[in-house]
Structure formats: structure tokens, C-alpha cells
Design a protein around this ligand. Structure first.
Ligand SMILES: [Fe+2]
Length: 160
């Protein structure tokens, strides 16, 4: 039987921030959903719907990370945010190519997504997590509560 999952969550992926880890788990779930739609030979439209779902969630997740970075005055905020923006631009251009019937094969897109997410978690997000933890240990961040409430009406996030 063909593999059902392209990636499974491992504790080594944890960046030490529960809120961010939970969102990364959701991203992995969506990557697997895209993978499954490839394996099952779903139609182009179903694949595109799933891509849009993933892209929406990626936007929401990046927004959370950026708010966290702002909240803790993270020194690498600008470069981290740029990585997010470059990725979103790249994904959008791949989706457009796909819609236009050009080069992109669904499976190669899923592999691209998986590789980017895992690499980004392993490098950038872990660095951010380590910084936050170090600040907490030093006592500089005692008062911070990270909490995201997704407001159904306007998708706003609140980070205290
Ligand atoms: Fe990130």
C-alpha cells in the first residue's frame, strides 16, 4: 500500500513554544492532506482547494509568529519575516503556474512545501524559540502570555 503520510510530527521539531508547535502540527497535517490528494489522484480543482486551505493557514501561522517576534522584540525579526514573505511569494507563483497548466506537478509542490516547512522550523523557528526561552530564563519575559484567539468574524489575533 502506498504511503499515506509525507511527514509525521516528531518531538525534535518542537521549538519550545507550545502555541507555535501546535500550529506547526497543523501545517504538517495540511501537507499530508495535500500529499493524500496527490496519491489518490484527486482532480486539479480539489488539489487547488487544498492548496488554498494550506496557504490560508500558512498566512495565519506566519502572522502569529510575527506577532510573537514583535512582542519579544526579536532581533532577527526582519530576516525571519522576509523568509515568510519570500515563501508566500514563491507559493503564489507556483499556484499560478499550476492554474495555467504550466510545469508544476502536484507532487513536486507537496515536496517543496514539506522541505521548506521542515527546514524553516529547524533553522529559523528554533532560533526564535531558543531566544524566547533564554529571555524567559533570564527573567526578562516573565509577564508574557502567548495566546492566540482566532476571531471568527475577522481572523484577528490577540497576543498578550
Ligand atoms: Fe517562521
Amino acid at each position: 500500500m502506498a504511503e499515506k503520510f509525507i511527514v509525521t510530527w516528531q518531538s525534535s521539531y518542537s521549538v519550545g513554544i507550545k502555541l507555535i508547535d501546535e500550529q506547526h502540527m497543523e501545517l504538517i497535517k495540511l501537507t499530508n492532506k495535500l500529499f493524500a490528494s496527490c496519491m489518490e489522484g484527486k482532480s486539479k480543482n480539489i488539489f487547488l482547494d487544498t492548496i488554498h486551505e494550506a496557504v490560508d493557514y500558512v498566512g495565519y501561522h506566519f502572522g502569529t509568529e510575527e506577532k510573537v517576534m514583535e512582542r519579544i522584540n526579536y532581533p532577527d525579526y526582519a530576516s525571519h519575516k522576509k523568509e515568510h514573505a519570500d515563501f508566500v511569494r514563491e507559493v503564489f507563483s507556483k499556484v499560478e503556474e499550476f492554474k495555467a497548466g504550466k510545469i508544476l506537478a502536484p507532487l513536486s509542490f507537496v515536496y517543496y512545501l514539506k522541505d521548506w516547512v521542515l527546514h524553516h522550523i529547524a533553522v529559523c523557528d528554533k532560533k526564535m524559540g531558543a531566544y524566547l526561552i533564554a529571555m524567559k530564563r533570564s527573567g526578562a519575559l516573565q509577564q508574557v502570555t502567548l495566546e492566540v484567539k482566532k476571531d471568527d468574524d475577522n481572523n484577528r489575533m490577540h497576543i498578550r
